[in-house]
Design a protein around this ligand. Structure first.
Ligand SMILES: Cc1cc2nc3c(=O)[nH]c(=O)nc-3n(C[C@H](O)[C@H](O)[C@H](O)COP(=O)(O)OP(=O)(O)OC[C@H]3O[C@@H](n4cnc5c(N)ncnc54)[C@H](O)[C@@H]3O)c2cc1C
Length: 598
């Protein structure tokens, strides 16, 4: 089994020193989110996730969820339910929900490190409470008075959990294809009928009720994505006064057997004239669901980050302890029969890749999350507008890059263990298997790439991109004469210029041939992620130097930044070259000729 120690010191560094949350929270009016209080949340979160959730990680993997075909009931792995009760008792479920609905009203950013810890400790378990947050956000924005009064408080208090029901057997990335129907009833509610698959936490034994947010079509719905509406459909019927009744017409038809996250109940859900209520406007369901999806996308990015961190810390410990061969430049530990493998350049390459992607990814994703609070609560309208644009731009980058990097980090960390990483006993292979889902659900990397390039950059005239490039330039100006950071300034400016010029090139080509967008999108996404990563590493060095942290911490940031600029950011050039080559090398081969003559 892998160990887990929450990286509270680095989380504190990102929050307090990089993002300056003490003054940010004060400016946004969160008087109660004092540095001491935020520290206490981090310490308590570390205690809970290390002691309660982490030991259940391998239990969930071995045991999985149990499905009873006779009743449709799903039982979670041993200990999961008790851990959920403790999570609720400690008040974690309502940490950042509005006080008016039973929450503690803290800034969303405070929940981000807690989410990271939960994901690192036990990703499969974390999926049960996860979607309640997005469901709460969607109902807060689009639910009517009765829906808010009825469904929010139980979810905030953790008595009910939420789900998002989009996917159907024939309909995944393309939601315009969905067929689930919603027929109006006389009392103003709707009968929902259809078959949803892959629904996370769709059925379980942790709470008395489950609140499904379901996408379905009204009888007069236009075809495609403009004809989709959102409905709130409880597992147990809910009366007008909020009291619970009999089972609603929704039943789990099975639990998927998966590559990883075995402890997470991924359910087939059959809706058969289940009672539901329309959320928001008819045919505008995607708009409402996007509130939930955006929150969930950032959350999945954090899942990637958490897994990568846990893999990295275990690989680091192993690399310090495992003795194999001597250093190329002579024994470093002559008293031992061999040197620890951390002396070998190739092992250091893998460890530093993890450190650079994990700590840089933490800064990147926490900064993106801080835009949620600024966009909601800044007293300055221009700042709110800029934060909204930045959040839109950074969300697909955080989701896709952190999850792709998670796959890379968990594989690198496993490699540090050699054959001991491949056997189940050490837990590294579970982390690698669990990480694999993060690039798939909540929109695949391919779909995030289209969202970034097609929608956020080209359709919206690059408003978020311009805001990011403005941040880069103002940082460079501020630090070009600063001895410690100067070495990063010219390369950072050059990478930002590459991003700018490649954007111009794709925009020009896309005007003549729309296939150029799809052909560039993956490389464009990853290129963007590396530029953002470089920016946060340069800023991390500056912030570490300005802090009162010990020299070892500063050296860790400085050397990891040097590694990142020297060995990871050159990937920017390779992505740029792939984009420059255009769509032809992808699109010329006839679909029927892929396997001609094989
Ligand atoms: C464990 C698990 C949990 C899940 N939880 C939920 C949940 O709670 N709720 C829910 O509604 N769904 C859930 N899903 C579904 C998940 O969100 C979808 O699997 C995912 O969105 C991809 O859809 P798909 O599997 O149908 O793949 P497809 O849409 O068939 O895509 C297949 C491949 O084609 C690519 N592709 C498709 N269209 C394009 C395009 N236009 N351009 C470029 N590439 C394209 C994709 O990137 C992908 O690589 C879950 C899935 C899993 C496995």
């Amino acid at each position: 089994m892998t160990a887990y120690a929450a990286p509270v010191g680095d989380m504190r560094f990102v929050l307090a020193e990089l993002l300056d949350t003490p003054s940010l929270f004060a400016r946004l009016g969160y008087a109660e989110a004092t540095p001491d209080f935020v520290d206490a949340v981090l310490e308590e979160g570390a205690r809970f996730t290390q002691a309660v959730l982490a030991p259940l990680n391998s239990v969930g993997d071995r045991e999985g969820c149990h499905y009873d075909p006779a009743t449709g009931a799903v039982t979670t792995p041993a200990g999961f339910r008790e851990a959920y009760d403790r999570y609720v008792e400690a008040g974690w479920s309502g940490l950042v929900a509005p006080a008016a609905h039973g929450g503690q009203g803290l800034p969303k950013l405070v929940d981000i490190p807690v989410k990271e810890m939960i994901d690192a400790a036990n990703l499969a378990w974390g999926n049960f409470p996860l979607l309640s947050h997005g469901a709460t956000d969607a109902l807060l924005k689009f639910g009517d008075e009765w829906q808010q009064q009825t469904f929010l408080r139980p979810m905030v208090e953790g008595r009910w959990t939420g789900t998002m029901c989009l996917t159907e057997p024939h309909c995944g990335s393309d939601l315009g294809l969905l067929r689930t129907r919603a027929e109006p009833r006389d009392d103003g509610s709707f009968s929902i009928t259809g078959n949803k698959i892959f629904i996370t936490a769709g059925e379980h034994d942790m709470t008395e009720n489950i609140v499904h947010l379901v996408l379905a079509r009204l009888p007069d719905a236009p075809a495609g994505s403009r004809g989709i509406s959102m409905f709130v459909v409880p597992k147990l019927q809910v009366a007008k006064d909020g009291s619970l009744g009999d089972a609603n017409g929704v039943r789990a038809g099975g639990v998927e057997h998966k590559m990883g996250i075995h402890g997470s109940a991924t359910c087939v859900l059959n809706f058969d004239t289940a009672q539901g209520w329309l959320v928001g406007e008819p045919h505008r369901g995607l708009q409402a669901m996007f509130v939930m999806m955006n929150s969930a996308r950032l959350a999945v990015g954090l899942q990637g980050l958490g897994l990568a961190d846990r893999a990295y810390q275990n690989a680091l410990r192993h690399s310090r302890e495992r003795l194999q061969m001597r250093s190329l430049s002579g024994p470093k530990f002559p008293e031992l029969p061999a040197d620890p493998i951390i002396v070998h350049p190739d092992v250091r390459r893998m460890l530093l890749t993890c450190k650079a992607l994990v700590e840089g990814g933490r800064a990147l994703s926490y900064h993106a999350a801080s835009m949620i609070d600024i966009a909601a609560d800044s007293p300055d309208a221009a700042e709110r507008e800029q934060a909204t644009a930045l959040l839109g731009y950074l969300t697909p980058i955080a989701k896709a890059c952190l999850t792709e990097w998670s796959v890379e980090c968990t594989y690198n960390a496993l490699q540090c263990f050699g054959g001991h990483g491949y056997i189940a006993e050490n837990g590294m292979e579970q982390l690698a298997r669990d990480a694999r889902i993060t690039t798939l659900y909540e929109g695949t990397t391919g779909i995030q790439a289209l969202d970034l390039l097609g929608r956020k950059v080209l359709q919206q005239q690059g408003v978020g991109l311009k805001a990011f490039l403005g941040m880069v330039e103002s940082f460079c100006k501020q630090h070009e004469a600063d001895d410690v950071v100067a070495e990063f300034i010219a390369p950072l400016r050059s990478h930002a210029m590459t991003l700018q010029s490649i954007t111009g090139l794709v925009a020009k080509r896309a005007a003549a041939d729309p296939e150029e967008i799809g052909a560039a999108s993956h490389d464009y996404l990853m290129l963007s992620g590396y530029v953002v990563l470089g920016y946060w590493w340069a800023r991390s060095v500056a912030a570490a130097e300005a802090s009162s942290r010990p020299e070892g911490f500063k050296a860790g940031k400085r050397e990891a930044a040097r590694f990142c600029f020297a060995r990871l950011l050159p990937r920017i050039q390779s992505h740029a070259a792939a984009i420059e080559s255009g769509a032809a090398s992808l699109m010329t081969l006839d679909a029927g000729d892929f396997d001609q003559g094989r």
